[in-house]
Design a protein around this ligand. Structure first.
Ligand code: KG4
Ligand code: ZN
Length: 328
């Protein structure tokens, strides 16, 4: 089965061709991140316009790179949400147009679920597992009973972890998106230089709060005698250890067989080291480098699995985008 995946939830326009849910024949991404850099975060209107400009070319390139003819596409999978409404609509309407013109079935996919699927794609994934999504828009802990069956455990009450990295980067005058720059700077710093702490949330020990940590960084910068690399290292260490600590607690609430991570922050190597230390006896599934950030291969892959698991039932052509999708 050949699936065309389309991704347009935020500032990346993606198209991919994936065979049988696991073999990536092409995976093309056009990012508008450069346009957002001077605003220090995604500017929704600019993101939407960039999707309009890029989407046809990105799809065309994905089809050419996969060396297929459009008539060979069996299914069109599109990120239905969560994301920016205008951005989602461009991917969705393009997918619908193609479904009508090629007369192929359409399936909507949860972008956050697809981030998790990226770590399982083509692998024998033991279940139940703990799913951890760490991206620019999401910080989630989930119990994964099976692909498509989830129980939410924890989330952030304020900033997403990627957003916290981006905001701290901005305080340190580093470019957007800031995560990779904070990581690079942190390599030369002392993670114990500043005694930062991440927030504990009263309502649940599995929830996250990063806004206090971000404010602590701001106060540290207003003081004297600081080194940017020490602030970056102390922030990164505190945030990553907080995630690992809460993930460990969450994994102890059920007979967890493996840890599955997804989202752009998974690129952070210090986070990976801390997870290996924290879970010495559980297999940890990381998304491969080309599937950590927003991409359409994860959408196509999950779309294929959903379609097959659901007896080839497709979605109607009046399928609506969802700016928020809950796992509950
Ligand atoms: O998954 P993604 O493309 O976005 C959403 O779906 O939201 O992730 C983007 C986020 C950005 O906030 C970026 O700063 C962060 O991932 N990121 C990192 C690293 N690489 C990307 N954060 C920390 N360390 C990194 N190496
Ligand atoms: Zn994402």
């Amino acid at each position: 089965m050949i699936v065309l995946g389309i991704e347009s939830t935020c500032d990346e326009t993606g198209a991919a061709i994936v065979q049988d849910g696991v073999h990536i024949l092409s995976n093309v991404v056009a990012s508008s991140a450069d346009l957002h850099a001077k605003y220090g975060g995604v500017f929704p209107e600019l993101a939407c316009r960039s999707h309009i400009d890029a989407i046809t070319m990105v799809i065309q390139e994905a089809i050419e790179k996969a060396c297929i003819h459009p008539s060979q596409i069996d299914l069109i999978a599109v990120a239905q949400g969560p994301g920016l409404v205008g951005a989602l609509l461009i991917g969705m309407n393009t997918a619908k147009g193609l479904a009508i013109s090629l007369q192929k079935p359409l399936i909507g996919v949860n972008h956050v679920e697809a981030h998790l699927y990226a770590s399982m794609m083509g692998k024998n994934a033991p279940m139940p597992g703990l799913g951890i999504v760490l991206s620019g828009g999401h910080t989630l802990l989930l119990k994964i009973l099976n692909l498509g069956s989830y129980e939410p455990i924890g989330t952030t009450v304020d900033d997403a972890i990627g957003e916290a990295f981006d905001k701290v980067a901005s305080l340190l005058n580093l470019p957007y998106p800031g995560g990779p720059h904070v990581e690079l700077l942190a390599k030369q710093g002392d993670p114990k230089a500043h005694p930062f702490s991440a927030g504990n949330v009263k309502r649940s020990p599995y929830d996250f709060s990063f806004s206090g940590l971000k404010t602590a960084v701001l106060y540290a910068l207003q003081g004297s005698n600081w080194q940017a690399q020490d602030i970056a290292a102390s922030f990164q260490e505190t945030a990553c250890r907080d995630i690992a600590k809460k993930a460990l607690l969450a994994s102890q609430t059920f007979p967890c067989q493996a840890i599955y991570l997804g989202g752009g922050v998974c690129n952070n190597l210090r986070l990976r080291e801390i997870f290996v230390e924290t879970f010495p006896s559980l297999p940890i599934y990381w998304p491969p480098a080309h599937l950590t950030l927003d991409n359409a291969a994860m959408i196509a892959g999950l779309g294929a699995q959903k379609f097959l698991n659901n007896k080839s039932l497709s979605d109607p052509l009046d399928l609506e985008v969802q700016t928020r999708i809950s796992f509950a």
